[in-house]
Design a protein around this ligand. Structure first.
Ligand SMILES: [Zn+2]
Length: 480
């Protein structure tokens, strides 16, 4: 809500004179001007561009290696912004994986330096090109607030750790609601809040304020999600009016992306005599007809719909007795409530029982769990389960259907393009070695994230294509 500044000042004066003893609402325009002044005033307003280079450590939520430990995850990024021509360039190292995005003023692109692939994307524009990175820069929030002045509303005063802040909320095209907690004295942003799910929040806290050429920024940030630690800055460089001559050039010699498979429709397929596959988007399951009942693998949400879909395809009407739970990551546990409702017995490792119970959100008696230690056999050995400790998770249960020599894995060997194989990684070699060591004779691979079946020949070819992750030499964030 925009309020006329002069009128508000007049009202404020009148209120003071009437001695009501009630703190009056400060004019939101006045407050925005105060924040702009605190971040450099004219120096901020005359900025042509800036570059943020940021190292963060992120605490993993839901995707840890073990359910009993929280892992740290490294994210090193730079964002170069041309405020005049509205261009943006984003570079990211996430763990060991390198990627980039460019919005050149007209078109958006994503960049994969290792595969040397350049993908044009309508979703990448000036607002989205930085992948929300600039939400961690208070100076960028001030620029967003200034530009969205018309939408700004004063919410009131809030106390945090005994200090009072003025709270202002505003909307931008990309972010439907951002709330800023502004230090009453300094005018700096102490906290930014945005919604997470319906009733929870992301909070970013700013501290260690410093300046570069008269423009203020916080050298340190800390972010929480639903009240739990999410990430923190470990180092930050903020450059004013950097050289933009080469910043938005697209890499040369890169190819176009391969055509992805359309996974938007729920499909079911009979892939062998007693074996069915069903799913859509990123969630697929395999169902094995073991005579009296079905055994399934693949625990994404819509498990119930997938099971119904194979019945509609003509699969016999038998109960789903067992579900092999691949690992404890939250996405793969998103179908546990449905599994519980279907009355399944969960095949899992001891370590993951608590995660399954939590995801199922219903009471599950101990009898509902069948524990695997290294290897398990079900349905007279027609179905075997093998536990694999790899870089992805402490326990990954792979499900082997011996009649078809088919192995179902969750996150290990996946192709989502119409043709071609996944990028070769060390984890593929580790998978091959594990299967050899366990004596599993695998001919086909099925996965939780794709309906496309792959072969052992495909795995060998993928392993042969392993190359180290490419971090381009001219990217400053690649320097160690
Ligand atoms: Zn996973």
């Amino acid at each position: 809500m925009k309020i006329n500044t002069g009128l508000m000042l007049l009202c404020a004066t009148l209120l003071v004179h009437t001695k009501l003893g009630v703190a009056q609402e400060p004019a939101v325009d006045v407050m925005i001007d105060k924040v702009v002044a605190a971040y450099g005033g004219d120096k901020l307003l005359s900025l042509k561009g800036f570059k943020l280079t940021d190292k963060r450590q992120e605490f993993r939520n839901g995707q840890n290696h073990s359910p009993n430990e929280t892992d740290l995850f490294y994210r090193h990024a730079s964002v170069t912004v041309d405020l005049v021509k509205q261009r943006k360039e984003f570079r990211l190292i996430r763990g060991t994986v390198t990627s980039g995005r460019i919005f050149d003023g007209q078109n958006g692109f994503s960049i994969n330096p290792t595969a040397r692939v350049l993908t044009k994307s309508a979703r990448i524009n000036f607002a989205t090109a930085d992948s929300k990175r600039l939400l961690h820069l208070d100076t960028a929030l001030v620029l967003m607030l200034k530009d969205a002045r018309e939408s700004a509303e004063y919410v009131g005063e809030r106390s945090h750790h005994g200090v009072m802040y003025d709270v202002v909320k505003f909307k931008t095209k990309q972010y439907p609601q951002l709330t800023l907690f502004i230090d009453k004295h300094s005018g700096r942003i102490a906290q930014m809040q945005r919604p997470y799910r319906k009733t929870q929040y992301y909070n970013t806290y700013f501290s260690e304020f410093t300046q570069n050429k008269g423009v203020t920024y916080a050298a340190t940030t800390y972010q929480t999600k639903a009240g739990k630690p999410l990430s923190m800055t470990t180092s930050r460089k903020f450059e004013i009016n950097p050289d933009l001559a080469k910043a938005f050039k697209l890499p040369k010699g890169y190819s176009k992306p391969k055509e992805g498979i359309d996974f938007s429709t729920m499909t079911a397929l009979k892939i062998a005599d007693n074996l069915y596959q069903a799913g859509r988007y990123g969630g697929f399951s395999i169902f094995y007809d073991a005579g009296e009942y079905f055994i399934a693998a693949g625990g994404y949400y819509e498990l119930g719909q997938r099971f119904a879909k194979i019945k509609a395809l003509g699969a016999p009407d038998k109960p789903l007795k067992y579900l092999v739970v691949s690992h404890h990551h939250d996405d793969h546990l998103s179908g546990m409530k449905e599994a519980a409702d279907l009355g399944v017995n969960f095949i899992t490792v001891k370590d993951n029982i608590d995660s399954i119970r939590e995801a199922a959100k219903v009471e599950l008696a101990d009898e509902r769990f069948t524990i695997v230690e290294n290897e398990g056999e079900y349905a007279n050995g027609e179905v075997k389960v093998l536990d694999f400790d790899n870089e992805h998770a402490k326990h990954n249960l792979m499900t082997y259907f011996s009649s078809e020599k088919l192995l179902f894995t969750a996150d290990m060997f996946i192709a989502r393009d119409v043709v071609g194989l996944p990028k070769g990684e060390q984890s593929h070699l580790a998978l091959k070695q594990k299967l050899n060591q366990a004596g599993f004779d695998v001919e086909q691979f099925a996965a939780a994230h794709s309906s496309r079946l792959l072969t052992m020949g495909d795995l060998d070819e993928t392993i042969a294509s392993i190359v180290p992750e490419e971090c381009p030499a001219h990217w400053a964030i690649c320097e160690k």
